[in-house]
Design a protein around this ligand. Structure first.
Ligand SMILES: C[S@@+](CC[C@H](N)C(=O)[O-])C[C@H]1O[C@@H](n2cnc3c(N)ncnc32)[C@H](O)[C@@H]1O
Length: 306
């Protein structure tokens, strides 16, 4: 059943670290374990690093770990300066405007990804994705998203039916639509769904993408040619039987969101269902696997036997 996606307010934490110039690199590394990026400001006699993360107990514990790491630098002969870590809840609006300063156009394969406020032009043959991720995951900056953007042009044919499960900002749904596909985009987070819908509209692919709130492939009806899913290994394993059920013979599953040590569990779950690993893509410690459901015939029989 289709559910109306509705935005709901969400609390964010601003983690602000005040430290010395000499300790700023170590402090930045600690912050990157908590957030996808941070802003840096020079202060009198030091540096302030500011990151924004969704509020939650994990985020608060990580912020405390950053504080301890800073104080621990003394043992290595580094003066952390004031070594102050402040954590405060912020309004969504202030986070969004902080975010604007850091999102610049960039390229992944044949895609140029740019925020709506940038006027950067595409080179010949490039496809533009206008992305305003707002509060949802998916600027395209993360390795796991980039791996999917590299894989999609290889598996999506014009007119194909694609399911983007865990759509976040909708970036992969928009990319698939621009490759000529009809897309069903799903996210369990209604806020992400409304962000995805806004991005679908901004890219003028509303006629080809429908966004649903729901769990995994539950809102997808009928068979699809491609499933793209960038979540986590645990969720990929849980989703594998649903993917198998919804894929047309010959169809592809682009599974991303795994790090090196977690790929095997997904490979085992998929192979048990007759999905064949066709290609493994890597970016740093991140991995994506392109699985294929063999077309009916010899390949399918072999997959069933093996
Ligand atoms: C890592 S983000 C990926 C966003 C985007 N597709 C990308 O590649 O950048 C994962 C998304 O999956 C969603 N998600 C997590 N578990 C889910 C589930 N069981 N069903 C649907 N969506 C899920 C999250 O809300 C989040 O938006």
């Amino acid at each position: 059943m289709k559910r109306r996606a509705r935005a709901r307010p969400r609390a964010w934490l601003e983690v602000s670290v005040h430290t010395s110039v000499e300790a700023s690199e170590a402090a930045g590394a600690a912050l990157l374990e908590l957030a996808k990026g941070f802003a840096e400001e020079h202060t009198q006699g030091g540096v302030r690093l500011v990151a924004h993360v969704p509020d939650g107990s994990v985020a608060r514990c990580c912020a405390e770990a950053v504080r301890q790491r800073l104080h621990g630098l003394r043992r290595f002969g580094l003066d952390p300066g004031p070594a102050e870590v402040e954590v405060r809840r912020v309004q969504v609006r202030s986070w969004a405007s902080a975010y604007r300063r850091h999102f610049r156009p960039f390229r992944v394969g044949r895609f140029l990804i740019r925020p709506p406020w940038s006027r950067r032009r595409a080179r010949p043959g490039e496809t533009v994705l206008v992305m305003n991720p707002g509060m949802a995951f998916g600027t395209g900056l993360h390795e796991s998203t980039r791996l999917c953007l590299r894989a999609l042009p290889e598996v999506v044919r014009r007119g194909a039916r694609v399911a983007d499960v865990g759509t976040g900002s909708g970036i992969l749904a928009v990319a698939a639509a621009k490759l000529g596909a009809r897309v069903v985009a799903v996210d369990c987070d209604r806020l992400a769904c409304s962000v995805a819908q806004a991005n679908v509209r901004a890219n003028q692919v509303g006629g080809r993408v429908r966004v649903f709130a729901g769990d995994l492939l539950q809102p997808v009806r009928g068979r699809v040619d491609v499933v793209v899913m960038n979540i986590t290994a645990e969720v990929l394993v849980r989703a594998a039987p649903q993917v198998r059920k919804r894929l047309r013979p010959g169809g592809a599953w682009v599974a991303s969101g795994m790090v090196d040590g977690t790929v095997d569990a997904v490979l085992r779950a998929a192979q048990k269902l007759g999905l064949v690993a066709e290609r493994v893509l890597a970016d740093g410690e991140w991995r994506a696997v392109v699985f294929r459901l063999p077309a009916e015939g010899r390949g399918a029989a072999a997959a069933r036997a093996g």
